[in-house]
Design a protein around this ligand. Structure first.
Ligand code: MLC
Ligand code: AMP
Length: 504
């Protein structure tokens, strides 16, 4: 049987005339329109030489054509590789050099600076604008009409490659199969009671798991519709709540919505579900939201490698500060980080996950795959957690040296490497500090060269062309030396304590 995600999605369409996507400018696409538009795009991909198993990489603005490119890649049996629009050409060069896609699709305006990057990776450069313009948009519009026979795929065949940064060294491409994505979509549909009456406010980017898979796949598999916004704007999202039923967001969405005076029981009365994930939701935000709106935010926990693992219940208590219970079909255990033995309930340890949601390994990195994915199928998440008396999982910290800023991951090592290479810097330590809006803010602590000390503005200016903006430190602080333990390891805890109140 064809296990291609798109095939299963198409097979489940009950009402082809029903709205699947609407945009703020009043544009509306039915499910039949999606079948036709993705077919045209899939024909264009095939005419450009894409064959099953080829990677199709895209750094494009969030738009309906961009979503069609994702669906068309699935239909053509290709492996979709979405890239954050904030990545610089230097960052893109690594991803497409590693993934060697057949096509690299970028925004028409970015083509001049990305053409050499595509050429170096041996990828054909195509362009796609948010309005469907560009060489790929034109090829789709001018090419074959009519249906496209979605390429048969098995459950283990790859559907997508999503890069996650590594604690040390290079970013790793997480290989996600059709079976991974379909099983998780179905688990979430069931857990969150999605059906064709739902209207999702889609304000997340579509280059990560949350916006691309959780939000888009769940909506389309349910025959529901989504209001597809180019980015998150709290006033606009609040204004749409009157005709929507679900919002999915990172904690920063909820913090910013709470700052809107119009957020109250009346403005949220038509909504049935608010989902939060990708970073810890403060219990304080959960409580403030419930007080203002009467709704308990449903917090869930996932990651790129595993899709979604646990969720607070739809019916039953949604407990602030917890990420709920394992999703149907997903096994979660808490283990001793050293021995790997399962720990008794209540003890803090490493969260490990197994199930049809867990990825196939890291692209061309068998050693890294073997280090994180056990032979029995459990994935070592790098998150520290424990189960409470009711079986709810709490994430209490991260074993991995990771900062999550506004729901986006930043690996300190990557930023430190760039800073350490700058003139006037002896060494640096990058930490995450508590931030009222972003959850955590990337912060650099730098030991300056006493003879020619670097300044904060010079460091930030030098980093800007090298790193995506969300990775840039919000502040650069200076110290004569970094605190170290007897082994010589930098004591980041001490730095975090010392600067704890920096952002209020
Ligand atoms: C933007 N900026 C950020 C930032 N986003 N800085 C730090 N952290 C971020 N997340 C920068 C901008 O480049 C700009 O820099 C400045 O901050 C102000 O921008 P802004 O207008 O406040 O940003 P905005 O566009 O509003 O974006 C904030 C945001 C966005 C929180 C809405 O980052 C967002 O949509 N985040 C969601 C990320 C996401 O989808 N994560 C899911 C990963 S999947 P300057 O210098 O130009 O002023 C995953 C698995 C799972 O984790 O479980 O879901
Ligand atoms: P990513 O690598 O971008 O997929 O990020 C996944 C990481 O985000 C996880 O390993 C967790 O550390 C974190 N995360 C996701 N959801 C939650 C949550 N609800 N609470 C705490 N951390 C979360």
């Amino acid at each position: 049987m064809n296990q291609n995600l798109f095939h299963l999605l198409a097979e489940g369409i009950v009402d082809p005339k029903a709205t699947a996507i609407e945009t703020p400018d009043g544009h509306r696409l039915s499910y039949a329109d999606i079948l036709a538009a993705s077919a045209r795009m899939a024909h264009a991909l095939v005419s450009l030489g894409v064959v099953p198993g080829d990677r199709v990489a895209a750094q494009v603005e969030k738009s309906v054509p961009a979503l069609m490119l994702y669906l068309a890649s699935l239909r053509a049996g290709a492996v979709f590789l979405p890239l954050n629009t904030a990545y610089t050409p230097a960052e893109i060069a690594y991803f497409i050099g590693d993934a060697t896609p057949r096509l690299f699709v970028c925004d028409p305006a970015a083509a001049p600076k990305l053409a050499p990057v595509a050429q170096a990776a041996g990828a054909r450069l195509m362009t796609l604008g948010a309005d469907g313009s560009g060489t790929l948009g034109e090829a789709a519009a001018a090419g074959r009409e009519g249906d496209f026979a979605t390429v048969p795929r098995g459950a283990d065949d790859l559907a997508a490659l999503l890069y996650t940064s590594g604690t040390t060294g290079r970013s790793k491409g997480a290989m996600l199969s059709h079976g991974n994505l379909v099983s998780n979509t179905r688990a979430l549909q069931q857990a969150w009671r999605f059906d064709q009456r739902d209207v999702l406010i889609h304000a997340l980017p579509i280059f990560h798991t949350h916006g691309l898979f959780v939000a888009s796949n769940v909506t389309l598999f349910s025959g529901a519709s989504m209001i597809f916004l180019p980015k998150f704007d709290p006033a606009q999202v609040l204004g749409l709540m009157g005709r929507a039923s679900v919002l999915m967001g990172v904690p920063t969405f909820y913090v910013r919505l709470l700052a809107e005076p119009g957020l109250d029981r009346t403005s949220t009365a038509g909504m049935r579900l608010f989902v939060s994930g990708s970073a810890p939701l403060l219990a304080e935000t959960h409580r403030a939201w419930q007080q203002r709106t009467g709704h308990a935010i449903l917090e869930r926990y996932g990651m790129t490698e595993t899709n979604m693992n646990t969720s607070n219940p739809y019916e039953g208590p949604r407990v602030a500060g917890t990420v709920g219970l394992p999703l149907p079909g997903v096994e979660v255990k808490v283990t001793d980080p050293v021995s790997g033995e399962t720990l008794p309930q209540g003890q803090i340890g490493m969260v490990e996950v197994r199930g049809p949601n867990v990825f196939k390994g890291y692209w061309q990195m068998p050693e890294k795959t073997a280090a994180e994915l056990r032979p029995d199928g459990f994935f070592i998440t790098g998150d520290l957690g424990c189960f409470d008396d009711n079986g709810y999982l709490q994430i209490v910290g991260r074993g991995k040296d990771l900062v999550i800023s506004g729901g986006l991951n930043v690996y300190p090592r990557e930023v430190e490497t760039e800073i350490d290479a700058l003139p006037g810097v002896v060494e640096s330590a990058v930490i995450g500090l508590s931030h009222p809006d972003l959850g955590e803010a990337v912060t650099a602590v730098v030991v300056p060269d006493p003879d020619h000390p670097a300044t904060e503005s010079a460091i930030l200016a030098a980093l800007a062309p090298r790193l995506a903006r969300f990775k840039l430190p919000k502040r650069v602080l200076f110290l004569d030396e970094l605190p170290r333990n007897t082994m010589g390891k930098v004591q980041k805890n001490q730095l975090r304590d010392r600067y704890a109140g920096l952002y209020g």
